[in-house]
Write a protein that binds this ligand. Structure first.
Ligand code: PEP
Ligand code: MN
Length: 359
């Protein structure tokens, strides 16, 4: 896939791309005031605003439409900020192009629908514009990748993914659970694709935005998109999660920016010592696993000879309970050990099934 790094078209060196602006454009005043204050934070490179708002229920604020695109032109000219808006269909895309919006983004509710993504990609054939693709509402990595591929096939090369968390049916302190392993897997599959975090939609409330932003930077994500409103308490959408420009400035100042690597001999020596230690421990771990599996094979033969079943519920319950207790004494979280035991048990069942099936 042909993807141009962010620093070839918007950022310098390896600095993260900072995007700020309101959830939605509401009035000309609100938009220009917010933009004015954001333009004073020099590290912010892109101004966001929803012009068409996807809302869960009808009769909520659905965005100001085309008029807002004119206000964004004023933002570009008065405050020298690049702009980005969400497009959800061909018509939005055509209008955004007509008004010279600098960057487009595809929202979570649109990424779920390949028809809509294709419709947008078709309008963009032959157009040189950057496009960001938010993850789909639910944790389906293939759907996320599919949307990125559709844009790439249409010839878009200034591409990035936006991680905004995932719908979660259980209890969670987040509005959208981050499930960090999913953007990490995306990065593993597509190493050249920049990933920007949207801590606002992950958090759903202001208080969590600082820690989610830091976590994203600690994981090496390439930017942050943070909803910022001149007066969040009266915002027509996402009031709980928007920051004032002043709060945004404070949040950005507190962030610790880490480097991916460090060109210092002493540091790299120490790092490779740690890595050697981990290599040795992993080697031991694999040998121990082999030992466990050999015993399991023997048990399999023994059970076969005596014609008893492979799965023994009581023994499994005992394993789960005792291993969690042993681990907790050492400060290893129970949830981790339970997951590990589950993997070990699955493999144990597989090995014993093989033994039983052998003639
Ligand atoms: C937004 O960015 O305001 C928005 C609607 O986000 P999402 O598509 O992530 O829900
Ligand atoms: Mn929003």
């Amino acid at each position: 896939m042909n993807i141009q790094p962010l620093n070839t078209w918007i950022t310098k060196d390896n600095e993260p791309l900072l995007i700020a602006g309101p959830c939605g454009a509401e009035t000309r005043d609100q938009l220009l005031q917010t933009a004015k204050e954001i333009s004073e934070i020099k590290s912010v490179k892109l101004f966001r605003a929803g012009i068409w708002k996807p809302r869960t229920r009808p009769n909520s604020f659905e965005g100001v439409g085309e008029e807002g695109l004119q206000w964004l032109n004023e933002v570009q000219h008065q405050y020298n900020l690049k702009t980005t808006v969400e497009v959800a269909n061909a018509q939005h895309t055509e209008l955004a192009l007509k008004y010279g919006v600098d960057v487009l983004w595809i929202g979570a509710r649109t990424t779920v629908n390949p028809f809509s993504v294709q419709e947008i990609a078709d309008v963009l054939k032959g157009v040189d514009i950057p496009v960001f693709v938010k993850n789909p509402v639910h944790a389906d990595l293939q759907l996320w990748i599919g949307a990125i591929e559709r844009l790439s096939l249409a010839g878009i090369t200034k591409l990035a993914a936006i991680h905004r968390g995932f719908h979660y049916a259980g209890k969670s302190k987040y509005r959208n659970k981050p499930l960090w392993e999913i953007p990490i897997e995306l990065k593993t599959i597509m190493p050249e694709l920049p990933i920007i975090c949207d801590p606002s939609h992950i958090s759903g409330k202001r208080e969590l935005i600082q820690s989610v932003s830091q976590k994203a930077l600690d994981l090496g994500m390439n930017g942050l998109m943070i909803e910022t409103h001149i007066n969040p308490s009266v915002a027509l959408s996402d009031a709980q999660q928007q920051l004032t420009p002043i709060a945004l400035k404070e949040l950005l100042a507190k962030l610790v920016y880490r480097k991916e690597s460090f060109e210092n001999v002493e540091f790299t020596d120490k790092l490779s010592q740690f890595r050697n230690m981990i290599d040795e421990v992993d080697d031991e771990l694999i040998n121990v696993l082999k030992k466990r599996m050999t015993i399991i094979e023997e048990i399999g033969h023994y059970k076969k000879e005596h014609e008893i079943t492979i799965f023994q519920l009581e023994r499994w319950q005992e394993i789960l309970k005792t291993r969690s207790q042993w681990a907790e004494k050492l400060g290893i979280p129970k949830s981790f050990i339970e997951k590990m035991c589950q993997h070990l048990h699955d493999e144990s069942i597989r090995i014993q099934t093989d033994v039983m099936n052998k003639k």
